[in-house]
Design a protein around this ligand. Structure first.
Ligand code: SF4
Length: 371
């Protein structure tokens, strides 16, 4: 195992305050970036804290007991999150995913879910409000989240075997409790539930078949995610990536699988199903099959910085506008300008871009902007 601690280039303070256009063009829901991609999906990180230390996201060597998490005062309040979300919805956002860190560690998250659930698209359609969690407290929270208006959950689960699970997330937490969280979430109606497994060759790839067998025959959609070079701390190496094509080959050899059509343009996972009709699986292949061409996702950090790509090196400080006395129309126009100038497609260019993209800029950490 290589030494993989790299000094963390902290992005929390490296974000420009966006320019507010002199003429605030009202949003018309038709916004597109330089590659013609609309803005449809907003991922909101509600906390930078987590009770796990997944090696591909928050390696414990860096995020140790001395790590300074954000003070509560610097986090966006639920009112600020709802205000800025409304402005994104005016630009065409139809789906909001709550992330972290571990979002369920943010106190009273149900209150925010209720506030966001009251928003609607310009056409009057309800938003698709979903959440990604490690399910450590899902069993306790599922009913109140559902009652508040949450529609679906995605659960991160990298193994069924407790020892391998621990190797992936450095937390002494029983898999059984994660599975109980999934069960309760399903019972209260937070489905179809998706389960995300990050596959790291040589660490948990031998759990692929066991995971598939466990969820096969249920409505739960298991997705296999290629291990990614997110941030600058996880010591990513290409030889620890198991390409999705090999994951599919293993599943096909064991169960028989076939591809199915995407649900919508910009869907992250490539969809497959078991030929015997007993369920759906997916693969998310940011390393070997980049899907930047129709990436319609924006990410809001825990304290209000807008990032245009999971692998971005800088953000745009919307909190400064929210707390700076700017009117909604001005902030809306500033968001429009930022998105119109977007050209991000890191996964397509991966080979050409090193961890340090020069002039000291490093990629933002995933726990800070959500996966
Ligand atoms: S690498 Fe960036 S642009 Fe490409 S799909 Fe991922 S988030 Fe979107």
């Amino acid at each position: 195992m290589t030494d993989r601690v790299i000094p963390l280039a902290d992005h929390r303070y490296a974000a420009a305050i966006p320019a507010v256009p002199a003429v605030a063009l009202p949003a018309n829901g038709l916004l597109a970036d330089t590659l013609g991609r609309p803005l449809r999906d907003l991922r909101i990180s509600v906390t930078d804290r987590c009770n796990f230390r997944c090696s591909y996201c928050m390696p414990k060597e860096v995020f140790d007991k001395n790590y300074q998490f954000l003070p509560h005062s610097s986090l966006l309040s639920f009112e600020e999150i709802t205000r800025v979300a409304r402005l994104f919805v005016a630009h065409g956002v139809q789906k909001i995913r709550l992330t972290g860190g571990e979002p369920l560690l943010r106190k009273n998250l149900e209150v925010l879910v209720e506030m966001l659930s009251a928003l609607a698209t310009p056409a009057g359609e309800p938003l698709d409000i979903t959440l990604t969690t490690n399910a450590s407290v899902l069993a306790k929270k599922a009913q109140s989240l559902k009652d508040a208006g949450l529609q679906r959950v995605t659960v991160s689960l990298d193994a069924l075997d407790d020892a391998i699970f621990r190797r992936m997330n450095d937390a002494d937490f029983p898999v059984a409790e994660v599975l109980r969280g999934i069960e309760v979430a399903e019972r209260v109606g937070l489905g179809p539930i998706k389960v995300n497994m990050v596959v790291k060759r040589g660490t948990n790839d031998h759990e692929i078949i066991a995971m598939a067998r466990h969820f096969k025959g249920t409505p739960i959609i298991l997705r296999f995610i290629e291990y990614m070079d997110v941030g600058a701390t996880n010591g990513w190496r290409m030889d620890e990536v198991l390409p999705s094509a090999q994951v599919i080959a293993r599943l096909d050899a064991e169960f028989g699988v076939e591809p199915i059509e995407p649900n919508y343009s910009g869907e992250v996972a490539e969809r497959w199903r078991y030929v015997d009709g007993s369920g759906e699986i997916g693969v998310i292949s940011s390393v070997t099959q980049a899907f930047c061409r129709d990436c319609n996702r924006a990410r809001l950090s825990t304290e209000g910085k807008l990032f245009l790509c999971l692998f971005a090196t800088h953000g745009h400080d919307l909190r400064a506008l929210l707390r700076g006395g700017y009117a909604d129309a001005q902030i809306e126009a500033a968001i429009g300008e930022i998105w119109r100038g977007r050209g991000d497609r890191y996964s397509e260019l991966r080979g050409a871009m090193a961890a340090d993209v020069g002039n000291g800029e490093r990629r933002v950490e995933m726990h800070y902007i959500g996966g």
